[in-house]
Design a protein around this ligand. Structure first.
Ligand code: XUL
Ligand code: CO
Length: 437
């Protein structure tokens, strides 16, 4: 069965092409800084946005009716599996990612849900083997079902906590079965609305306990995926515990979890936290915690997670600049946690949107590589901190300075001379590089 009959394999045609169903920048085999674009970017398709979303919003019904929607229940789930692999093949993405509830319907009981998962996971495994496509990460949805109204790992109800543990256990088994590269924890309901009814310290202790159990179980079954936490500051709860990179790293450190996790960073989550994506990536990278990326973009005029496909070249360039400087994504990838707009309801839009995202990231990668190869900013940064290479600055770095030695130096060093940071010049240099590649 085919779900995208009118669309063939998307090819790289280069900058001169006017074919909307072709790549202008993403050439998977092109080598950039010693690796192919495909190896750098490790693109993944998000199952939920591509095969489950139907255009509903709080004010309107579905606008998207896909080929698989003519089926119900498990049959529809099976049709989505076929559609997923057809899509991955045609768009040329090596990876996909999903939540448990995206791939199989929840049953009336845990046993029934697990049985449904088993049917679909067997099918996914088979299709992975046939196609060579891989699972970038899986996760379990512990936020949509009403049982999670007060949280999952941070719930006030031990029965719900137990259910969450069971769901997580199955998620780890599924990840192992499908050879997932990573396993993601996004704490959709791990947060609170009102401190007056909340024992924050206790909730966080419990969340850490659940993570320790997950580490132990993954070890027990030999599931060696990289564990990732995905920070997000608000939505759905007012105070999400994993607010941003820095907060999440502090949590992991406090509970002795830091060595077992890295971060899955999402652009729109960064902007909701009042940060740029590159800020979040840098914060992770300097702490050795960069794992994977959920690629999308928000709308700065709107205050929620709009999950648009990434097309802002300044952002994709600065993102890839950070990634390259951090040594690459290793087991991570660029997962399009992004949805087509409600008005872009044709199946073809799924391709056009992914092409826009993939080309924008490939463009960003080329520009970032040029920034690095030509040391366009590195020399400026090096020069900016050069006062720490000699004299009193070198003493500070070597750990030889004391407040008394700083005082002695400062007393005879008058006047102090500062240099301009030249930010405006650097912004223009960035523009010149982006539009030269
Ligand atoms: C929610 C979000 C999730 C996670 C996985 O904003 O980004 O889809 O990526 O649960
Ligand atoms: Co995400």
């Amino acid at each position: 069965m085919t779900y995208f009959a009118n669309i063939g394999k998307i090819q790289f045609e280069g900058k001169g092409s006017d074919n909307p169903l072709a790549f202008k920048h993403y050439d998977p085999k092109q080598v950039v800084l010693g690796k192919t674009m495909e190896e750098h970017l490790r693109f993944a398709v998000a199952y939920w946005h591509t095969f489950n979303a139907n255009g509903t919003d709080p004010f309107g019904n579905a606008t998207m009716f896909r080929g698989w929607d003519k089926f119900d229940g498990l049959d529809r789930s099976k049709a989505r599996v076929e559609a997923n692999f057809e899509f991955l093949d045609k768009i040329g993405a090596p990876f996909y990612a999903f939540h448990d509830v995206d791939i199989a319907p929840e049953g009336a009981t845990l046993q029934e849900s697990n049985k449904n998962l088993d049917v679909i996971v067997a099918m996914l495994k088979d299709q992975q083997q046939q196609s060579g496509k891989k699972l970038l990460w899986n996760t379990v949805n512990m936020f949509s079902n009403p049982r999670y109204v007060h949280g999952a790992g941070t719930t006030c109800n031990a029965d719900v906590y137990a259910y969450a543990g069971a769901q997580l256990k199955k998620g780890l088994e599924v990840g192992k079965e499908l050879g997932a590269e990573n396993y993601v924890f996004w704490g959709g309901r791990e947060g609170y609305e009102n401190l007056l009814n909340t024992d924050m310290g206790f909730e966080l202790d419990n969340l850490a306990r659940l993570y320790h159990m997950a580490i132990a179980y993954a070890k027990e079954i030999g599931f060696d995926a990289q564990f990732l936490i995905e920070p997000k500051p608000k939505e759905p709860t007012k105070h999400q515990y994993d607010f941003d990179s820095a907060t999440t790293i502090a949590f992991l450190q406090k509970y002795g979890l830091k060595d077992y996790f890295k971060l899955n960073l999402e652009a729109n989550h960064a902007t909701l936290a009042g940060h740029t994506f590159e800020h979040e990536i840098r914060t992770a990278a300097i702490n050795g915690m960069l794992g994977s990326l959920d690629a999308n973009q928000g709308d700065l005029l709107l205050g929620w997670d709009t999950d648009e496909f990434p097309t802002d070249l300044y952002s994709t360039t600065l993102t890839m600049f950070e990634v390259l400087k951090a040594g690459g994504l290793t087991r991570g990838g660029v997962n399009f946690d992004a949805k087509v707009r409600r008005g872009s309801f044709e199946a073809e839009d799924l391709f056009l949107a992914h092409i826009a995202g993939m080309d924008s990231f490939a463009w960003g990668l080329k520009a970032a590589a040029k920034l690095i190869e030509e040391r366009i900013f590195d020399n400026i940064v090096e020069d900016r901190y050069s006062s720490f290479k000699t004299g009193i600055g070198a003493d500070v770095v070597a750990g030889k300075a004391s407040l008394a030695s700083l005082e002695a130096y400062a007393m005879q060093n008058n006047p102090i001379v500062n240099k301009s940071g030249k930010q405006e010049r650097m912004r223009l240099m960035l523009s010149e590089v982006i539009f030269s590649v």
